[in-house]
Write a protein that binds this ligand. Structure first.
Ligand code: AMP
Length: 116
């Protein structure tokens, strides 16, 4: 069994977070340390630690992350100008919380993809 992170507590409402969307499959909340005017994390309610742990069974929830991302981008008023979706994996990807999450970033020109 994978170890729960702080994100499981946010999903269950056990610790505060600025939740912008929640349904049976996913939860979305504002990043505590925003890197852009809009910075929202969209996560599966099911604990999947990293992209390496994804299986075919997860296809529905992972597809749903994109549907919800598009909906939130509309709500935030950033859909037309554009935005970036990022998912980090493990050490070289810069992953810090081991419950997969899609970063939705926008609200200004974001510049080049990588700063190395
Ligand atoms: P990553 O480096 O891809 O694992 O991203 C983890 C993200 O989670 C970072 O952008 C953090 O700022 C964010 N984060 C960590 N704890 C919280 C929290 N309690 N509420 C909201 N965002 C958080």
């Amino acid at each position: 069994m994978a170890e729960e992170t702080i994100f499981s507590k946010i999903i269950r409402g056990e610790i505060p977070a600025n939740i912008v969307f929640q349904d049976d499959l996913v939860t979305a909340f504002r990043d505590i340390s925003p890197q852009a005017p809009t910075h929202i994390l969209i996560i599966p309610n099911k604990l999947i630690p990293t992209v390496n742990d994804v299986t075919a069974e997860d296809e529905q929830v992972l597809g749903h992350l994109f549907v919800v991302a598009a909906k939130i981008a509309q709500q935030e008023g950033i859909a037309e100008d554009g935005y970036r979706l990022v998912m980090n994996c493990n050490k070289h990807g810069g992953q810090e919380v081991f419950h997969i999450h899609m970063h939705l970033l926008g609200g200004k020109p974001l510049g080049p993809l990588l700063s190395l």
